[in-house]
Design a protein around this ligand. Structure first.
Ligand code: ACO
Length: 448
C-alpha cells in the first residue's frame, strides 16, 4: 500500500462551554491570566449526559454516515484515551455496537493509553497495519476521545473535551512520511492518575511544562538526524510548511515553536536569519537545564519566532483555543484547525506534528498532503467537519454552572445505579448521550 494515512476525519466537541474571561474573574485570577497568560479563549466540557464513550459513538457514527462508509469495510478500530471509565473493558468494545448491527465483528484493535499520547499510538498502529502483511484491504479507524478535567486550582482552566475519528487507508490525502519520525520516551511523574476514585490527575504543572519542552528538543534532534541521513542535508523550520503541537494551552505552543527556532540556531541551520542570530547569541552558552529556566531566552526566542509562528503555527490553533485541552484529541484538533483554515492551499505541503503524553511519551512526525479525490479530499474533509458551524452553535454556561457540573461529575465518577436527566436539548441531532448506569455499573446510551 502506498501513501498510507488519513483519508477522512470527523470531530465532535460538547456544545457546552465556559468563557475563559468569565472563568478568570470567577476564580479570582488576575485579569488576562487565562486569556493572555495561557492563551485560551473558551473551555468545552461534558455535562452529565456526555462522556468519552458517548462522544466516540457520536463521532464514529458521523464519520461513517458523512463519508458513506459501509461499517463492513472496517477491519481495524483503535481508540486512544486517557479517560478511564472501566479499567478492563475497552472503549473500543462499546463502539462495536455500531459494527455488530451490520454483522461485522471481524475488527482488530483495542485501546491505547498513555496520557495525551494514546491517540498517536493508536494512529501509528493503524497505519502500520495497513502497511503490513496482515492488512486485509479494509479501512482502519482511529478514535481519540477525552474529557480533560482538573481539580479546582491553577490547572482547571486547562481542561477541555472532544472526540476525533480518522479513517485510515492507502492513497490518502494526508499521507505519512513514515521514515521521518523522532521519538523520546522516559520515566517521570509530571502528570498521572494514581487515584482511581477520582477523574482528576495528580499534576506537577511546572515539571510537566519542562518535560514537554525537553521531549520536544529530543524528538527534534532525532527527527533532524533521520532527515539528514535520508536527504543528505540539514533540516530546518523552512523545510516544513506547518507545525502542529499537542496543545494543553496555547502559550505552551508559542513557547514550543520558539524552542524549535532556538534549536535551529544552536545547530546553525540555514533558516535562522541575522536578527534571530543576534538576539539569540547571548544564550548560546547556556547549558540545557539553564535554557529551560531562562525567562530572557523564552522572551527573545518568542519574539524572533513571531513572524514564522504567525505563518506556520497560528492556523493550527483555532480549535484548541476554543475548546481547551482535549488530551489525546488535542493534537488532531489542532491539525483539524489547519484543514479548516487552509484547506484550499494545502496540496503538496509538509506538516510536522508533535505528540506529547505525560509520564512520558513523545513523537515528532511528518505528514505530506495531497488534494485527494472526493470524498477523501482535503476540501471535503474541511466541509464535513464544519468547524465554524459547530463552534457557532455552542451554548455558553456561566462559570457557576460549570463548577456545579464539575461537582456533580465528581459524584458520578465511578458511581452506579443512577439515571441521568436525559436532557439532550442542547445536543444536536445524531448525538449520543448517557441515560443510565445500572446496579452492575453497566452504561446505557441513546441517540438524539
Ligand atoms: N496577564 C497576562 N499573563 C499572565 C497574567 C495576567 N494577569 N497572570 C499570569 N500570567 C502569565 C504568566 O506569566 C505565565 O506565563 P509564562 O509561562 O509566559 O510566564 C502564564 O500566565 C501562566 O501563569 P503561571 O503563574 O505560570 O500559571 P500557574 O502556575 O498558576 O498554572 C499551569 C499554569 C502550570 C500550566 C497549570 O495550568 C497546569 O498545571 N496545567 C495542567 C498541566 C499542563 O497542561 N501541562 C502541560 C503539558 S502536560 C499535559 O498536556 C497535561
Amino acid at each position: 500500500a502506498k501513501n498510507v494515512g488519513i483519508l477522512a476525519m470527523e470531530i465532535y466537541f460538547p456544545p457546552t462551554f465556559v468563557q475563559q474571561e468569565a472563568l478568570e474573574a470567577h476564580d479570582g485570577a488576575s485579569k488576562g491570566k487565562y486569556t493572555i497568560g495561557l492563551g485560551q479563549d473558551c473551555l468545552a466540557f461534558c455535562t452529565e449526559v456526555e462522556d468519552v464513550i458517548s462522544m466516540s459513538l457520536t463521532v464514529v457514527t458521523s464519520l461513517l454516515e458523512k463519508y458513506k462508509i459501509d461499517p463492513k469495510q472496517i477491519g481495524r478500530l483503535e481508540v486512544g484515551s486517557e479517560t478511564v471509565i472501566d479499567k478492563s473493558k475497552s472503549i473500543k468494545t462499546f463502539l462495536m455496537q455500531i459494527f455488530e448491527k451490520c454483522g461485522n465483528t471481524d475488527i482488530e484493535g483495542v485501546d491505547s493509553t498513555n496520557a495525551c499520547y494514546g491517540g498517536t499510538a493508536a494512529l501509528f498502529n493503524c497505519v502500520n497495519w495497513v502497511e503490513s502483511s496482515s492488512w486485509d484491504g479494509r479501512y482502519g479507524i482511529v478514535v481519540c476521545t477525552d474529557s480533560a478535567v482538573y481539580a479546582e486550582g491553577p490547572a482547571r482552566p486547562t481542561g477541555g473535551a472532544a472526540a476525533i475519528a480518522m479513517l485510515i487507508g492507502p492513497d490518502a490525502p494526508i499521507a505519512f512520511e513514515s521514515k521521518l519520525r523522532g521519538t523520546h520516551m522516559s520515566h517521570v511523574y509530571d502528570f498521572y492518575k494514581p487515584n482511581l476514585a477520582s477523574e482528576y490527575p495528580v499534576v506537577d504543572g511546572k515539571l510537566s511544562q519542562t518535560c514537554y519542552l525537553m521531549a520536544l528538543d529530543t524528538c527534534y534532534k532525532y527527527f533532524c538526524h533521520k532527515y539528514e541521513k535520508l536527504e543528505g542535508k540539514q533540516f530546518s523550520l523552512s523545510d516544513a510548511d506547518y507545525f502542529v503541537f499537542h496543545s494543553p494551552y496555547n502559550k505552551l505552543v508559542q513557547k514550543s515553536f520558539a524552542r524549535l527556532l532556538f534549536n535551529d540556531f544552536l545547530r546553525n541551520a540555514s533558516s535562522v536569519d541575522d536578527i534571530a542570530k543576534e538576539k539569540l547569541g547571548p544564550f548560546s552558552t547556556l547549558t540545557g537545564d539553564e535554557s529551560y529556566q531562562s525567562r530572557d531566552l523564552e522572551k527573545a526566542s518568542q519574539q524572533v519566532s513571531k513572524p514564522l509562528y504567525d505563518a506556520k503555527v497560528q492556523p493550527t490553533t483555532l480549535i484548541p483555543k476554543q475548546v481547551g485541552n482535549m488530551y489525546t484529541a488535542s493534537l488532531y484538533a489542532a491539525f483539524a484547525s489547519l484543514l479548516h483554515n487552509k484547506n484550499s492551499e494545502l496540496a503538496g505541503k509538509r506538516v510536522i506534528l508533535f505528540s506529547y503524553g505525560s509520564g512520558l511519551t513523545a513523537t515528532l512526525f511528518s505528514l505530506r498532503l495531497h488534494e485527494g479525490q472526493h470524498p477523501f479530499s482535503l476540501s471535503n474533509i474541511a466541509t464535513v467537519m464544519g468547524v465554524a458551524g459547530k463552534l457557532k452553535s455552542r451554548h455558553e454556561f456561566p462559570p457557576e454552572k460549570f463548577v456545579e457540573t464539575m461537582k456533580l461529575m465528581e459524584h458520578r465518577y465511578g458511581a452506579k445505579d443512577f439515571v441521568t436527566s436525559k436532557d439532550c436539548s442542547l445536543l444536536s441531532p445524531g448525538t449520543y448521550y448517557l441515560t443510565e448506569v445500572d446496579s452492575m455499573y453497566r452504561r446505557f446510551y441513546a441517540r438524539k
